[in-house]
Design a protein around this ligand. Sequence first.
Ligand code: HEC
Ligand code: HEC
Length: 469
Amino acid sequence: MKPMRGSSSRVTVVAITGVAVTALATILAAVSLSNPDDRPGACESQSVDAPGQGCAKALVGLFEQGKEIFRFDTFGDEDYWGGILQLHKAVEGAALGGVGPGVSPRTALTVAGLKVDVDALPGNVQAQLKQGKVDLDNPANTLALLGVNAVVGVKGFFDSRGSLSSIGITCALCHSTVDDSFAPGIGKRLDGWPNQDLNVGLIVSLAPNLAQMALQVLGATDPATINTLKQVLLSWGPGFYDAEVNIDAIGFRPDGKSAATRIPAAYGHLGENLHTWTGGFGNVTYWNAYVANLQMHGNGNFNDERFNDPGKYPAAIRGGFFKLRHDPDQVTSKLAPLHYYQLSLKAPTPPPGSFDPTAAKRGETVFNGQGKCSECHMPPLYTDAGYNAHKPAEICIDSFQADRGPTGAIGSTMVTAQLSGLWARSKRGFYHDGRFRTLLDVANHYDACFNIGLSPGDKSDLVEFLKSR
Ligand code: HEC
Ligand code: HEC
């Protein structure tokens, strides 16, 4: 017997009760008349007789909306980066009314690792750049780039006289880069690719007024504390960021090294359960709300009772992060399109010639067989189906990072990293903190940890397979 669909049984109930018929009609009318923005992406009713009808258009709209938010939405965080930290003053420099030397386009592109979206540059500017006629050492030209919204992930706000009055950041700051097609650091946007050159800590350390950040993160505003905050920021380096220090106030690992992690890819995550490096936080949409409110300092609403824990999360307590409220809430209505957009981002395929296909094929056999890699990295997701996190001891690493996340069902864990598009995110090494410089180091680590007995040939085949992902 064919299983009966839920919708059919509902129809039966409706048919025998007149009251329910009226109620259903009212609901249907409400659904069709309601503003689609109320329930973004809900394109299909429970009646699946004609699945897909109306969905294609709704989902394209959701994708475009999500892309716009991911690239350009600051969630009002300019109130923090410009308004409180005065970061825009450091960017413009004393000559233009700010403070210090200012940030020239050359410094922005090289030292800070910021990227420029070539498609946002007017044709004449592109021509002048090609001919070397743009003074890359003049901060005024950084303002000009901000003025045409060409600096990836950074939004400048200008007053009526054309002066930079504030600055905000978007998701694309860390999770987009460019293809360098015009010049190094200048090209077409690549959303979801981590910016492996971006020195977030250095950029933030330039802010003229770090007092409020020091107060929230470290609990004081005296010069010594501000200096400690700067040391923490400057310890991160290119392609790294610490998304927990402003909840747990832990700036360094016990061995004195930076507590920052690699900025991960925002692509290739469809079908995964838990996210971020440690398993305890939650999934993509949880994390988006976390980042928009607590990291970017957007003006939204956010709940997480787990942060109401003065022992583990003293900085979150100082920021009131377990229950944030803003009116208007500039985050929550954007979570659905943002979620959809990220889950739509496919991992990039490795360039031809970047790996040996025959060796990769052999490596796949090692991966799924003797190496036991697929015990956790299950094809085709390459993370675990089900609860995709493991105790750090299972992969023979320390629990420092795992312990910083909220404790999940099985204690502190690390998420099984998906392996797609590895080549586009491996400049800073592997594992959450880049502790393994090369894939061969990773293979050697597992060989020792699991006592597998891989031959040198097996290991190099495994490496070629990982490069092919
Ligand atoms: C300042 C840099 C920065 C900004 C801005 C930023 N992120 Fe992230 N993002 C990170 C870092 C670092 C992590 C890893 C956090 C961790 O595990 O501790 C991360 C993790 C993630 C993850 C999880 C990836 C995975 O491998 O599971 C997603 C998804 C994500 N960010 C999306 C976003 C979105 C959406 C925004 C904008 C609302 C955003 N991020 C803004 C740095 C940033
Ligand atoms: C017990 C589950 C488990 C097994 C088995 C396992 N891994 Fe992992 N793998 C993980 C976890 C968890 C991480 C994340 C570690 C971190 O970020 O610190 C990871 C990370 C990785 C990474 C780094 C990805 C990145 O973005 O940095 C690679 C590469 C990798 N594993 C390859 C392998 C290979 C090859 C094997 C087999 C020899 C294997 N794994 C076996 C759980 C596992």
